[in-house]
Write a protein that binds this ligand. Structure first.
Ligand SMILES: Cc1cc2nc3c(=O)[nH]c(=O)nc-3n(C[C@H](O)[C@H](O)[C@H](O)COP(=O)(O)OP(=O)(O)OC[C@H]3O[C@@H](n4cnc5c(N)ncnc54)[C@H](O)[C@@H]3O)c2cc1C
Length: 445
């Protein structure tokens, strides 16, 4: 009996497999690593605390059938229901403990007033921008683009000129909205949709949806993958791990089998492909039309620490926009997990354009944690571990975007019983938009 095959065992692959199984009988998922989960996985240390090695929270989507899948087994006994996350931001050498958005009031008075005036005067809506630079100037004005966005986005994170970056690529960095004016004035101004899109409320507790965030009381977000895996087992989904795709066989515009590197052949009549499209083209023996010039990529590294003193802030996470700092984001586990120990663990993420020197960066990150006001001065961690995350944050360049689209076009043309999902195909990077896309497209199969 031909299978419905899902390639890739990250969350998009797992959710695709469960959704397919609800509609068809024989479903199989293939993951090249020995464990499922992709960018959702956790590690624990000898001290008894865990760290996430990628994404951190499980968030409901508001779509009933999808939430029933992703929240199955997420019970109050073992999961903390967080509602809105308490995010903070660090910019202009100041920690804003109320909001994760960059606070413009840290700018010099002159730049702040002129920048806000320009922001208010940018009144064009529904403009089709060609690149991020055009979008930022059109949305926030020239001054803020130069003084604020360029140093952070171009210099600190992407190492790429703004006019070579894709539209909306600032949003992945948490820079979709800015803080300005007073809290009350912002509430009033945000009633106008144009300004609602670019100004954030002054407090994390304001203006959020009913969607909730969840985190395990013990362990890390990897527990979510365990729950999803159990669901797949209950549904009799065949799980193959530690296997790579070596060939995809296509006949009459249809994939009819997939060959694994251990020589197993799996016959199929439908495939959900959640890994990079290029891997499909290669496995199908299709030469790519796209130019082969190397495209710059980014390195994501994570720095896990355990301290024996209370973290100074009670925030769940902090976005660090300080352009000369290496730290991108810090996640403060005890503030949402209460792990039952007297240990204080956190993870800092760093995005860099060259391979990171983990030893050096680990020291820099600690000094930045002190400056941000997360840990006291002269505090040595009880434990530290750093690592590079393979296939972490993508560089959202126009070139990469175009190449991804070319690959996808070519792949879709080659057969009509394959569907491409997940971050591997480009487009979406954050989880819920990916899962909603998976859900809507599988529902319509
Ligand atoms: C540091 C970091 C922080 C993040 N924070 C957030 C956040 O705060 N909020 C948010 O929404 N998102 C966040 N994300 C993004 C989130 O992790 C992704 O949206 C999500 O994991 C995408 O799932 P996926 O299944 O599409 O891809 P992946 O998780 O990358 O899974 C792909 C899977 O396919 C497997 N695979 C690859 N090649 C093959 C092959 N040839 N054969 C078989 N299997 C293969 C991989 O091993 C992997 O398991 C973060 C990501 C990183 C790196």
């Amino acid at each position: 009996m031909a299978m419905k095959i899902v390639v890739g065992g990250g969350v998009s692959g797992i959710v695709s497999a469960i959704l397919l199984r609800k509609r068809y009988n024989n479903v199989c998922i293939i993951e090249k690593e020995n464990e499922l989960g992709g960018l959702y996985n956790s590690i624990s240390c000898d001290l008894g605390v865990s760290f996430d090695h990628g994404s951190h929270f499980l968030r409901s989507t508001g779509i009933k059938e999808l939430d029933e899948i992703i929240l199955r087994g997420v019970t109050p006994r073992s999961w903390r229901v967080l509602g809105n996350l308490r995010g903070g931001s660090y910019y202009g050498s100041q920690l804003n403990k109320n909001s994760p958005f960059l606070d413009l009031r840290c700018l010099s008075r002159k730049i702040y007033y002129k920048g806000m005036a320009e922001l208010i005067n940018c009144t064009n809506m529904n403009v089709k921008y060609n690149n991020l630079e055009e979008q930022l100037i059109g949305t926030f004005g020239k001054l803020l683009t130069e003084q604020l966005f360029r140093p952070i986005i171009s210099n600190k994170y992407y190492g790429c000129p703004l006019n070579e970056l894709s539209v909306n690529s600032h949003k992945v960095l948490g820079l979709s909205k800015l803080l300005g004016f007073s809290a009350q004035a912002t509430r009033e101004i945000k009633k106008i949709p144009l300004y609602d899109e670019k100004l954030g409320f002054h407090s994390s507790s304001e203006g959020n949806s009913n969607l909730k965030n969840y985190y395990p009381i013990k362990g890390g977000i990897g527990n979510w993958i365990d729950l999803l895996k159990r669901q797949m087992i209950n549904f009799n989904i065949k799980i193959i791990t530690g296997a790579n795709i070596s060939q995809v066989k296509i006949e009459d515009n249809k994939i009819n089998s997939i060959l694994l590197n251990d020589r197993r052949q799996i016959d199929c009549d439908l495939v959900a492909w959640t890994i990079p499209t290029l891997a499909f083209l290669k496995a199908a023996g299709i030469s790519t039309n796209s130019e082969t010039e190397a495209i710059q990529s980014l390195y994501t590294s994570v720095y896990h620490f355990v301290f024996d003193k209370l973290l100074i802030t009670d925030l769940h996470y902090i976005q660090c926009y300080q352009s000369e700092f290496k730290t991108f984001r810090v996640t403060l586990y005890p503030n949402f997990q209460r792990n039952g120990t007297n240990l204080f663990n956190l993870t800092a993420e760093v995005v860099s354009t060259s391979p990171p020197d983990l030893e050096v960066l680990s020291k820099i990150v600690i000094s930045e944690l002190v400056k941000i006001g997360i840990v006291p001065e002269n505090l040595e961690p009880l434990y530290r571990f750093s690592d590079i995350i393979l296939n972490g944050f993508p560089l959202p360049s126009i070139k990469l975007d175009k190449r991804n689209k070319d690959y996808l076009r070519q792949a879709k043309k080659s057969c009509d019983n394959i569907h491409f999902f997940g971050r591997g195909i480009g487009g979406y990077f954050t989880t819920n938009p990916i899962l909603i896309d998976v859900y809507q497209r599988i529902k319509n199969l």
